[in-house]
Ligand binder design. Structure first.
Ligand code: ZN
Length: 342
């Protein structure tokens, strides 16, 4: 089964290892969750590749012992973020230049690449710290092929506020997009850049809806199953379906598990539960996958992209039909990309 993925952090991992040799490490490596060798084994045919400026200083990812409420990392300033994004973009462009990956600027690009057996990548940026308020960086990044943007990660930016890693909690935390954030979203709509609401708080989510854009959460789950701040309430999920947007299932165990913990022995049953719920609320045409590979702890049986067939088997075992599995695995993302990026 082909799989097109809504979110991964492979570029961050590759950039952390240095630009030299990154192309080879993307072909085959012993570490991380994604390389082309394992993608072939698992049926992964492409996805959204995120550039992400990680928090610096003393910030450490939480240990997810519920109940938890970790403070947001501080704002990262533009001059600190820009070189990190530039470095990850160089790694991305090196891989594309090697011929191993096709940089897709439209949905049709992605569809054609996959038909030809090529690996299809949409360039995404998680957190808009590298964009200054005059939006010149946005235009420059668009020229270099940026087609998807999350205005925030789980920290504030000049554009809005992200949700903290908090459990139990909904994402109804404080003000949404700033005036600059609303301008950013409108400019994305004008240029043809997908706005990703994953990590945005609830108010920010509705601010994106008010801009008239389809609502997309590339790597988020159902709050009704796992009530953490990063997961979406049924009201939000319903709006994703109503606006013909997309939600991608995040495999990170702390977002899957009912109790919000990040235990490695977590199996695939909760992934199936989230998908079942999301299909019921969102509708079967607007749900896909959004692994968070290379960005979150993975469940047992899905420890990297070579194991994607286990997820497909779990869906078959749960009596999902072939046509529905194909939609979830890749068809819905491709149909959405053809609507959103043309
Ligand atoms: Zn994320």
């Amino acid at each position: 089964m082909k799989v097109f993925d809504g979110h991964n952090d492979a570029l961050l991992r590759l950039w952390n290892g240095g630009r030299d040799g990154a192309v080879d490490r993307f072909r085959k490596t012993e570490t991380g969750h994604i390389d082309l060798d394992r993608a072939k084994t698992g049926g992964m045919v492409g996805g959204f590749f995120a550039m992400f400026p990680p928090p610096g200083g003393t910030f450490r990812m939480p240990d997810f012992q519920p109940p938890y409420d970790y403070p947001l990392p501080p704002m990262l300033d533009h001059d600190a973020a820009l070189p990190m994004i530039e470095g990850q973009l160089e790694v991305f462009e090196d891989i594309v230049a090697s011929g191993d990956m096709v940089h897709c600027r439209t949905g049709l690009d992605a569809e054609r690449a996959i038909e030809k057996g090529q690996f299809a990548a949409i360039l995404h940026m998680e957190g808009a710290e590298a964009i200054s308020e005059d939006l010149q960086d946005l235009h420059r990044l668009y020229e270099r092929g940026l087609r998807s943007l999350g205005p925030v990660w789980s920290r504030p930016t000049i554009f809005g506020n992200g949700v903290p890693f908090r459990y139990p909690s909904d994402g109804n935390i404080g003000p949404g997009l700033t005036e600059a954030g609303k301008r950013l979203v409108r400019e994305c709509a004008r240029l043809g850049i997908i706005v990703d609401t994953a990590h945005l708080n609830v108010r920010g989510f509705w601010d994106v809806a008010e801009a008239g854009l389809p609502l997309v959460a590339t790597h988020s789950n159902a709050h009704a199953i796992s009530p953490g701040a990063r997961n979406l309430t049924d009201e939000q999920l319903k709006a994703i379906g109503d606006t013909k947007g997309m939600v991608g299932l995040n495999y990170g165990t702390m977002f899957l598990r009912e109790d919000g913990r990040a235990l490695p022995q977590e199996g695939l049953e909760s992934a199936v539960r989230h998908l079942t719920h999301m299909i019921e609320v969102v509708g079967e045409d607007h749900v896909g996958l959004g692994s968070d590979f290379d960005g979150a702890p993975m469940p047992a049986g899905l420890s990297d992209c070579s194991q994607l067939p286990n997820l497909i088997t779990a869906l078959r075992d749960a009596k999902f039909g072939q046509a529905l599995i194909e939609k979830i695995a890749y068809r819905n993302w491709l149909a959405f990309l053809k609507r959103a990026l043309n």
